[in-house]
Design a protein around this ligand. Structure first.
Ligand code: COI
Length: 358
């Protein structure tokens, strides 16, 4: 647990839009809270952090992010604990990943003091947008993009960090139907797959649209060379229970290093229900486990998705059905443990909760 105080300039919105939100029926990301944090990168440093009313911004159509894709984001969450505190989950871990993504895109790292003080200031003005724990959470979306306006292909010299927030319910309420992709690729080893850059998502739209037309929700991406080893789902990491072991693809440069992935693996090792293996997973192994009945669970993990059950995996033209996750399933037990920890119902054994005084 840690606390900070902030001293960032704040311009408050004249009127709040919070009454427009039906907190009992939250979807993902269709309401944005009243304020945003804005920080400029100019003259070689991040400067002028300020909280302002959430509003459109004026940019030149020539800014380099729009043309050449220097745009990176993060996804984090703030919770209202059962005792009423505001808890941001593992912000330093998210910042470390943001800075790795920025580094890959030749963009300047965000200093920790600006990031944490900015979050503190945002929570001070918009903490009433954090839903009641039974209704949802506040999704926090930091975005960094190049703002230099010119057409030459170059690294931008100026950037903006904007942090916006959104009260959210579940990303998807029903279990996922996934299609194993064996033609398109999301990324390749040595590419940008581990970074949360905009292009990774835009590039996945076309194959995902085809998968949707075929009746699937998302793609289960495989390696770019042979389409043989499982990478991730694009919006979440993936985990399986096979033969009494919790198995997940080991991280490579093609896989996003999920903060939820790390949290679930840490909790799993502590809970000791199943041995944990981080290793390559051959798609044939998954097929065989289905056939033998040894694949008992499959689920996705992510900030938006949290722990999301997978119902179907489509491999080479066949829909393999996964048993519904019952109350004693590993995924429901670990999800409850994670949630209890974030809501302050269980001790914060790993120092993951960042309590903000508001
Ligand atoms: C997240 O889990 O934060 C994601 O980035 C997934 C998606 C909303 C882009």
């Amino acid at each position: 647990m840690a606390t900070v105080t902030s001293s960032i300039a704040v311009e408050r919105a004249k009127e709040s839009r919070i009454s427009e939100v039906d907190f009992k029926n939250l979807e993902f990301g269709n309401h944005l809270a009243d304020h945003m944090l804005v920080v400029d990168y100019e003259d070689g440093q991040w400067q002028n952090p300020r909280v302002v009313p959430f509003a459109d911004i004026l940019v030149s159509p020539a800014i380099l992010s729009l043309h050449y894709g220097q745009s990176v984001f993060e996804g984090m969450k703030a919770f209202r604990t059962r005792s009423g505190d505001v808890n941001i989950f593992r912000p330093q871990k998210h910042l470390a990943r943001l800075n790795r993504s920025l580094d890959r895109m030749v963009m300047p790292a965000i200093p920790e003091d600006i990031f944490l003080a900015g979050l503190q200031a945002l929570m001070e003005v918009d903490h009433n947008w954090i839903p009641d724990p039974d209704d949802g959470t506040l999704y926090i979306r930091p975005l960094v993009f190049a703002t230099e306006a010119r057409l030459g292909v170059k690294v931008s010299s100026t950037y903006k960090l904007i942090i916006m927030t959104s009260p959210v319910g579940p990303y998807q309420s029903k279990p996922y139907r996934l299609k194993v992709e064996n033609h398109f690729v999301r990324t390749a080893e040595g590419g940008t797959g581990f970074a949360k850059c905009a292009g990774n998502y835009g590039g996945a739209f076309y194959p995902t649209q085809i998968a949707r037309q075929e009746g699937f929700d998302q793609i289960l991406w495989t390696d770019h060379k042979e389409h043989k080893y499982i990478d991730e789902v694009g919006m979440m990491n993936v985990m399986f229970v096979i033969g009494g072991k919790l198995i997940t693809p080991k991280l490579t440069s093609a896989i996003l290093e999920g903060v939820t992935r790390d949290s679930i693996l840490t909790l799993a090792r502590d809970m000791g229900i199943y041995p944990v293996e981080e290793r390559r997973i051959n798609i044939d192994e998954v097929k065989e486990a289905f056939t033998k009945g040894t694949l008992t669970e499959a689920f996705g993990t992510g900030t938006a998705a949290v722990v999301a059950p997978i119902a179907v995996i489509h491999i080479d033209g066949v829909d393999y059905q996964i048993p519904a996750a019952g109350p004693t399933s590993f995924q429901l037990q670990v999800k409850e443990k994670l949630n209890n920890m974030r809501l302050g119902l269980e001790p914060d054994r790993y120092g993951w909760n960042y309590i903000v005084k508001v």
